[in-house]
Design a protein. Structure first.
Length: 208
C-alpha cells in the first residue's frame, strides 16, 4: 500500500443525471492525467482572462472528462476518446470519484450518516455517499493561496466518495450538514488517481 492509498466506500445507488460529452478523436488517442491547481478553470479558453488549462497542457485536442470547479484541486482526466469519457462520466458506468475534503468544524458520526444515506438539496436528494473522517493526507501540498481558517474553530478532513456529479455537490453536501468545505481535492476517478503528480503537472497514459 503506497502513500496514496485510500479507504474503500460502498454505495447502493447511482445517478442517472450525468451525461458524457461525446468527443470524436481528430488525431492520435490521448489520455492525460492532470493535477489541477486551485484557481484554474477546467477549460482552455476564458474571455475574462482567468487561468486555464492552456497554461499547463500543450495539446488542444483533449477535453475534460467531467468538470472540476475553479476553486477545487486535484485530478482532471483529459482525453479525445469519447468512449473513455462515457466510461468515466455516465452514471450507468458506476465510476466512483474520491475526494479529500477539509471542512470547518468536527463532524460527528451522525452528521456523516446523513451523507451516507443521502441528503436533500435544492435540486433533489443525493445518492448515498461514502463519508469518513481521515487524517490530513501525508501527500498534501500547500495551497496557494492558503485557506482562511478561523482561529477558534478546528478543521477536519473527510474522505468522500460520489457516484454522481452535480454542480458543486460536495460543497453543498457538507454545508447542508453544517460543516462548510474549506478545501476540496479530487484524488481519483475510477482506477485513475493522482499518484505522485504535483499541482500543475500532467502525464500521458496509454493503458486505460
Amino acid at each position: 500500500m503506497n502513500k496514496f492509498s485510500v479507504k474503500n466506500h460502498k454505495v447502493n445507488r447511482f445517478s442517472t443525471k450525468i451525461q458524457a460529452k461525446q468527443v470524436k478523436p481528430v488525431g492520435p488517442r490521448r489520455v492525460l492525467l492532470f493535477n489541477k491547481p486551485f484557481d484554474v478553470l477546467p477549460q482552455f479558453t476564458d474571455e475574462s482572462g482567468r487561468r486555464t488549462l492552456k497554461e499547463f497542457i500543450p495539446f488542444n485536442d483533449v477535453y475534460a472528462a467531467g468538470r472540476l470547479d475553479r476553486d477545487s484541486e486535484g485530478l482532471l482526466v483529459l482525453t479525445n476518446d469519447g468512449k473513455l469519457q462515457a466510461k468515466l462520466t455516465q452514471p450507468t458506468a458506476k465510476t466512483g470519484k474520491i475526494y479529500f475534503v477539509q471542512v470547518e468544524g468536527v463532524p460527528e458520526d451522525d452528521a456523516l450518516d446523513k451523507l451516507r444515506h443521502g441528503v436533500v438539496l435544492k435540486d433533489g436528494p443525493t445518492l448515498p455517499a461514502g463519508a469518513e473522517l481521515v487524517s490530513e493526507p501525508e501527500w498534501l501540498w500547500p495551497r496557494v493561496p492558503p485557506i482562511r481558517e478561523r482561529k477558534n474553530i478546528p478543521t477536519r478532513w473527510l474522505q468522500i466518495t460520489l457516484y454522481e456529479g452535480r454542480n458543486r455537490q460536495v460543497r453543498r453536501m457538507t454545508a447542508h450538514i453544517g460543516f462548510p468545505t474549506l478545501r476540496l481535492i479530487r484524488f481519483s476517478v475510477g482506477n485513475l488517481s493522482l499518484a505522485d503528480l504535483q499541482p500543475g503537472e500532467w502525464k500521458e497514459i496509454r493503458d486505460v
